[in-house]
Design a protein around this ligand. Structure first.
Ligand code: MG
Length: 449
């Protein structure tokens, strides 16, 4: 993914995907709302057809809606043109397997090898695939979601909701979802526009000031926003508080474990301790993984987890599908509210009071590995008897005060630092002191490089 994703790159990469999936059509092609997405989607569809595969174009839809339709359309795979929450000049390709999950690592490696070998399958005129358009994918997805929740219980409550689509891929789906669940909805930025005129596509607190303000002004029950490809949903409670992703993750985890009568929840090492704490009384246990939704969804499949997700607003409801899904999360939060007599703020305030602090630290990509090797030595001093070190992804150190995690970003030249404690001052202190020590390591490595 990067600012230089052009027509030639898409042709070459899609040819490589076609080579690996020869004879495994039809292929679904869908896109987000970026300015380059529809053109690149057409190029992808044309390239696949020229490689002998039948293609079903589903148009601009949330990534989870495209994933859902891969199985419904009995497709062999899908190509999604999206750069999620990134700035408008970015774009990317996401490969989805026949089961609706992201390509497995072996398939990814095969595609990379075919790309490096410049494989460009050519077919005779009578072997070229045909391209059809499916206009029912959004309906199918929305019907699938509403079938997962208690529609009449939600509709009876007549919820007032402010929805911020961020000019992204959810514009054609989430407003309809709320209408079908009987909500009175006010929308913000609900026209698809790849220039993201409303605000930047990442649903951070700083980008959602209008949403916060609208929720309070309209007296709404809550506000919700999606990122650009709507695999995430973030929430604002009726008091106008932006809710950190781990709060909604804990709320949903508890509900899913409670209704399933126990079970496993899969989440990365970056997640709050509150997830494990709130599911324990209902017989739930957490399985921690490395960071990244493909890792989480595969682990959920293998362990038959009842719920999973990340602390950034990406929740996964496996009874619906093994994909991060913003609209499904929205429907579930409505159901949780409908089953309770309490406002969202009260449900959030009942959760264990953990504070998760997230920081980032620039680090040249070339130095990331070297630093990673030196991290455990940072935590040798000053340990109390309860210190535990986990190296599942980066280095996570837990002691009696809380935990801190240091891990290199997989996509950017930086280190991410997470710290969590029950006391916000302790969490800040853990993050700051760790940040200083890692900064020292990076400085030392840069000067000797
Ligand atoms: Mg996304």
């Amino acid at each position: 993914m990067g600012p230089v994703l052009n027509a030639r790159f898409v042709t070459d990469m899609v040819n490589a995907i076609a080579e690996v999936h020869a004879g495994k059509g039809p292929a679904v092609v869908g896109t987000d709302a970026r300015t380059s997405s529809a053109p690149l989607g057409r190029i992808a569809a044309g390239t696949l057809a020229m490689a002998g595969l039948n293609v079903i174009e589903v148009g601009c839809l949330p990534t989870p809606a495209i994933q859902y339709n891969v199985t419904r359309l009995r497709a062999g795979f899908a190509v999604v043109v999206t750069a999620s929450h990134n700035p408008p000049e970015f774009n990317g390709l996401k490969g989805i397997a026949a089961d609706g999950l992201e390509f497995t690592p072996p398939v990814e490696r095969a595609v990379e090898a075919a790309y490096d070998a410049h494989k460009a399958p050519t077919r005779a005129y009578n072997e070229i695939g045909h391209i059809s358009v499916d206009s029912l994918s959004a309906d199918r997805y929305l019907e699938g979601i509403t079938a997962q929740v208690d529609r009449s219980a939600i509709a009876r409550r007549n919820f007032r909701v402010v929805l911020d689509c961020g000019n992204g891929a959810s514009c054609g789906t989430s407003p309809r979802l709320l209408a079908s669940l009987g909500c009175r909805t006010s929308t913000l930025n609900a026209n698809p526009d790849g220039l993201f005129p409303g605000h930047a596509s990442e649903p951070t607190e700083a980008n959602l000031k209008d949403l916060v303000e609208s929720v309070v002004r309209m007296g709404a029950h809550f506000g919700v926003a999606h990122d650009g490809d709507a695999d995430r949903a973030v929430f604002v409670d009726e008091k106008g508080r932006y809710l950190p992703g781990e709060k909604i993750l804990s709320l949903c985890a508890r509900e899913e474990v409670r209704t399933a009568g126990g079970g496993l929840v899969v989440t990365p090492v970056t997640s709050s301790d509150s997830v494990a704490e709130v599911i324990a009384p209902f017989g739930g246990k957490v399985e921690y993984t490395r960071v990244g939704s493909p890792v989480v969804t595969r682990a959920m499949m293998e362990t038959r987890a009842v719920f999973g997700g990340e602390e950034n607003g990406g929740a996964i409801f496996p009874r619906f599908q093994l994909a991060r899904d913003g609209a499904m999360t929205l429907a579930k939060v409505l159901e949780i509210l409908a089953r309770s007599s309490k406002p969202l703020s009260a449900l959030i305030d009942e959760l264990p009071p953990y504070f998760l602090v997230k920081r980032k630290l620039p680090c040249p990509s070339a130095l990331q590995k070297q630093i990673l090797g030196q991290l455990p030595s940072l935590f040798d001093q000053g340990q109390d008897a309860k210190t535990e070190i986990t190296t599942l992804d980066g280095v996570k150190v837990r002691d009696s005060r809380g935990w801190v995690l240091v891990r290199p970003s997989g996509t950017e030249p930086l280190y991410r630092i997470f710290a969590e404690a029950r006391d916000p001052a302790v969490a800040e202190e853990l993050a700051s002191s760790t940040m200083k020590r890692v900064e020292g390591l990076i400085r030392k490595a840069s000067s000797s490089a």
